[in-house]
Design a protein around this ligand. Structure first.
Ligand SMILES: NC(=O)C1=CN([C@@H]2O[C@H](COP(=O)(O)OP(=O)(O)OC[C@H]3O[C@@H](n4cnc5c(N)ncnc54)[C@H](OP(=O)(O)O)[C@@H]3O)[C@@H](O)[C@H]2O)[C@@H](O)CC1
Ligand SMILES: [K+]
Length: 513
């Protein structure tokens, strides 16, 4: 199994670059970036037409110029639009411009976009005839402020061109550390240099970056740079997946209770419980807060349904609090039981209204690194006494702050779910898609997390595995034609089971489930 992919913040990429520039000329590194880009474009960009390279005022434009020159020399039809005065380019980009001119690459120098939109809108020239793709070398990790003025119009026009767009390093306008973008190139695919960046995978990154490939340009990590953020891949959690020995019984795979289901919301804990069953929990109980709990689940009579008050808390290995729980008087005592001084054995997953109650708690409950919080951005904002914009502006920082404040693993849901541990570990999940934007998928995730905790996985690995499997299940369903629109949360459990089985087979080399 591959080692997990590290994600680097801009300051770390700069440190790697700086160390490299001590050993070799910076233009040699740019040449490698341009060559990597040329090779990549040769493989992914449609042939038979002109590749339009759009180069900006910095070294990202330099990468584009080097790639365009190499492809031109190799006989591909290219054209470069330089949206900056050549005499003001930084040294390496200037060298790349010089080399492009010497090689007689077809180029046009366009007026630099003004920082504030003028009276007349900035209109790009007509695209080259038979243009087959646009290569985005406008802005890279040197993005220092929001995209404004004429550049907004330029990006809009490029985004409207009816051809694929290929971004070099990062789609122009996307913030590499956070995945925030007001306006950015909407790329079909991105080739990122030196190391992958978190902003390509979370927030708006997934929508703008398309398929991401990485070329490390052969640069080693210098002393003092360590990966603080990982891409959540099986290598991050597979070692902790529960083993399933032949001589085992239902007690070997844990007791899980899902507590919730106040009046009118009985479906939520059932969704979680069904998913937990499919992820291997030994016994799954559902404790309903409403007065008339259903006697059994027609779809899954294996589940044990009862009033929440009849759940034997001490017998549980894991408890999920929150699906359909509401914030009524029957819900609060379940949170109070988490106060310091109240003994408990079960690890807890807190979801939905359990999180809203947690946010209102006067005395913070006693949570630890074996417990998992699964907020969406609004719940996270409440937990951090902030607002959604604050959370979404830096999802990594928000997830880290949640874990620090509450002492538990936190799973900040949304595009590019972020998982944080109280000790500072961070991961971004690459699986999942917009089909998950439907009611009940959060209940399913909470149930899956509870199932893995009940089977003894540590909090960090259980959260990573549940998030990855949940997203991979949605990806599989969509690939099979179930969605994007219309995927039902209840569809996820069996797909997650199939993905889980394949993962275990991959790990063990034989059917494990
Ligand atoms: N040197 C090398 O050998 C290597 C370089 N590499 C490549 O270089 C890239 C980094 O290059 P870079 O540092 O020059 O920054 P880049 O992203 O091109 O942009 C800077 C320019 O944009 C401007 N600008 C910023 N924000 C703006 C905004 N909102 N709206 C408008 N303008 C804005 C900014 O202006 P300023 O902030 O200075 O006013 C400045 O002029 C990196 O992503 C990778 O592709 C790698 O291949 C490794 C080898
Ligand atoms: K770019």
């Amino acid at each position: 199994m591959d080692t997990p992919t590290p994600l680097y913040l801009t300051r770390q990429i700069r440190a790697i670059e700086a160390a490299a520039f001590q050993r070799e000329p910076s233009y040699a590194v740019m040449t490698r970036a341009g060559r990597a880009a040329a090779r990549w474009l040769d493989g992914v960009a449609p042939g038979g037409g002109t590749l339009l390279f759009v180069a900006g005022p910095g070294n990202n434009g330099g990468d584009a110029l080097v790639a365009a020159t190499m492809l031109h020399r190799a006989g591909r039809a290219v054209r470069v639009w330089l949206l900056a005065p050549p005499e003001r380019l930084p040294a390496d980009a200037s060298q790349a411009w010089h080399d492009a001119c010497v090689a007689k690459v077809p180029t046009d120098i366009l007026p630099p976009p003004a920082p504030a939109a003028g009276m007349a809108p900035y209109v790009l020239p007509a695209f080259p005839p038979r243009m087959s793709a646009i290569v985005d070398g406008l802005l890279g990790i040197g993005l220092s402020r929001a995209v404004e003025g004429d550049l907004v119009t330029v990006i809009e026009q490029l985004n409207h061109a009816p051809v694929p767009r290929f971004a070099l390093d990062i789609p122009s306008g996307l913030q590499a550390d956070t995945g925030v973008a007001q306006q950015a190139i909407r790329a079909t695919a991105t080739l990122t240099f030196i190391g992958a960046k978190p902003g390509l995978y979370t927030g708006q990154g997934r929508d703008f970056a398309g398929t991401v490939s990485t070329d490390d340009l052969g640069l080693p990590l210098p002393d003092g740079v360590t990966a603080e953020i990982m891409l959540n891949e099986p290598a991050c959690f597979a070692h902790a997946l529960p083993a399933r020995l032949h001589a085992s019984h239902k007690g070997s795979f844990g007791n899980l209770a899902i507590i919730g289901g106040d009046a009118g919301m009985c479906g939520a804990p059932l969704l979680g419980a069904r998913a937990a069953l499919r992820l291997g929990a030994g016994r799954v109980h559902v404790g309903f807060l409403n007065d008339a709990p259903p006697a059994f689940d027609v779809q899954h009579p294996e589940l044990m349904l009862r009033a929440a008050s009849q759940i034997d808390r001490a017998a549980m290995d894991a408890i999920v609090l929150g699906p359909g729980m509401g914030q009524g008087t029957r819900a609060q005592p379940w949170l109070d039981l988490l106060n310091a001084g109240t003994p408990r054995t079960a690890r807890h997953v807190l979801d939905a209204d359990a999180l809203n109650l947690l946010a209102q708690a006067r005395t913070p409950p006693h949570l630890n690194e074996q417990d998992v919080l699964t907020p969406h951005p609004l719940e996270a904002a409440r937990l951090l006494s902030g607002n959604i914009a604050m959370v979404q502006t830096d999802r990594l920082a928000a997830a880290r702050a949640l874990s620090k404040r509450y002492g538990a693993v936190s799973v900040l849901k949304g595009s590019g779910t972020v998982v944080a541990a109280p000790d500072g570990r961070l991961a971004i999940n690459p699986t999942g898609n917009a089909a998950l934007a439907t009611a009940g998928t959060g209940d399913v995730l909470a149930g899956m997390t509870g199932a893995l905790l009940a089977q003894g996985m540590p909090g960090w690995e259980a959260a990573l595995a549940a998030v990855w499997l949940h997203g991979a299940a949605a990806d599989r369903l969509v690939a099979q034609g179930a969605g994007m629109a219309g995927l039902a949360a209840g569809d996820l459990a069996c797909a997650a089971r199939a993905v889980y089985r394949e993962l275990v087979e991959l790990m063990q080399g034989s059917p494990g489930l």
